[in-house]
Ligand binder design. Sequence first.
Ligand SMILES: Cc1cc2nc3c(=O)[nH]c(=O)nc-3n(C[C@H](O)[C@H](O)[C@H](O)COP(=O)(O)OP(=O)(O)OC[C@H]3O[C@@H](n4cnc5c(N)ncnc54)[C@H](O)[C@@H]3O)c2cc1C
Length: 469
Amino acid sequence: MMKVRLGGYNIDAKTIRELAGDRYEEMTPEIISASYARISRDPREVTRLREEARKDVEKARNSNRTIVFGLGHSSIAEHAVFNFDVMGISRLAVEAVEHFRLASFTEKSQRYIRLGRDFVVPEEISGAGLKRDFNGLMRYLSDTYLRLYESIRAAGGDDERAKEDARYLMPLATTAQFGMTVNARELEYMISSLASHPLAELREFASRLYGLAGRIAPSLVKYPDPTEYFRSVPSVRAEIRGKAGGKDASIVRGGPEAVLVDVTPDADRRLAASLIFSSTGMSYSDSMRKAAKLGKKKRAAIIASTMKNMKPHDSVWREFENIRILFEVIVSSSCFAQLKRHRMATIIVQDYIPSLGISVPDSVRKAGKVGVLKEAASKAGRIYRKIDSRVEEARDYALLNAHRRRVLFDINLRELYHFSRMRSDIHAQWEIRRLSNMMCALAVERIPSGSMLLCGKDSFDKRKKDLFG
Ligand SMILES: Cc1cc2nc3c(=O)[nH]c(=O)nc-3n(C[C@H](O)[C@H](O)[C@H](O)COP(=O)(O)OP(=O)(O)OC[C@H]3O[C@@H](n4cnc5c(N)ncnc54)[C@H](O)[C@@H]3O)c2cc1C
């Protein structure tokens, strides 16, 4: 008979502290990990195993140490989950934190709130004697942001538009807030790689995470120390730059914001073959031969059949993951903040490069304030160069949300569907919406059948009707 029991769930830390009283030290998610760790070799029911782990927390911890670190069965640590409230961290640091894909984040959006004067003064910048310059820039940007907000409003933009677009002028040193849910395995990885980060702010973040979680789950978050492997990344990059013939060799202003640089060859045929493979008993090579023989029209019909019952929130079939598309995009920091949230993509970034220019919102053009944004970018650029000459690693704190970087965005076709539903939709922010539309158009050129229903949620019904009647 099937039995399903609730093994555990996350509740807020204050409630745990209030209810636990003297037994607070025993309130640890290590119990869940320890009991699940024993499932594979112990014949007893998992519920019994958890009871046992609950009775002797030290024994459970020892068992975790042996299984996770001794035997290398690290996935056990994934059963322990933490929630962190994070405040007062810079937008620049958030980029490094949200680089970790096996975690969940919800961030206070700069799109919906009016920003104040809260920014981080990085230790490196104070240490290099640049605090006055930096603070001066921050004050100037906060004041100009407010004036830009008012100008957009005066030119007919509503409050939401004005907030959304004036923030292009705000710096990456602006503070952010987010909630993060992460399992102990990913957390340990996050701590040890951020402990090796060139920025002091991120090293402090890593140490705070360890201070909180290491006490609660010492048997699962065990190796918080920086490693030579992570620490050496900047010097290895410098070596690569040297070998490639210098920094910033091929920077050009302007140019397209999205280019499709690589795609699975013969993608429609391969997609049809994957669908034939999973729906028949044929080998993959026979499925490929069959897909070739069927011809373009019948292949398109096979692909279309998987979408005929689809609704806007449904994902396309997993077979679409067999098709991979590599885009090179140039995006502002504002746009990147949204792009990086797509955890099923492989995202490779370059540093921000001020000579790539800035992204300018239409509302700023309409308000006749392009010059204001450009002037702010150029002032920020001057401080950026000053910081660069003394503490290179901290220079990006001075840049604006409007500054741009190049990104390689490697995405499978199934995730591109998900991406386009959210990001080509009418509710999406304008820059990522424009990017998503460009990426979809490029995909349609190379994968016409597989991409037939790529579109935002808002246009899904019409597109589907056009295709299926
Ligand atoms: C209009 C709009 C407004 C937004 N506003 C905010 C905001 O104010 N603040 C904010 O923080 N974010 C905001 N976002 C970002 C949004 O919350 C998502 O983080 C982002 O769009 C990435 O999409 P995704 O979470 O669906 O997953 P992706 O990372 O793209 O993953 C694709 C799919 O994989 C699955 N998946 C991936 N990881 C997990 C997981 N850990 N558990 C379960 N399933 C998983 C899900 O099915 C998911 O849809 C906004 C997005 C839009 C479009």
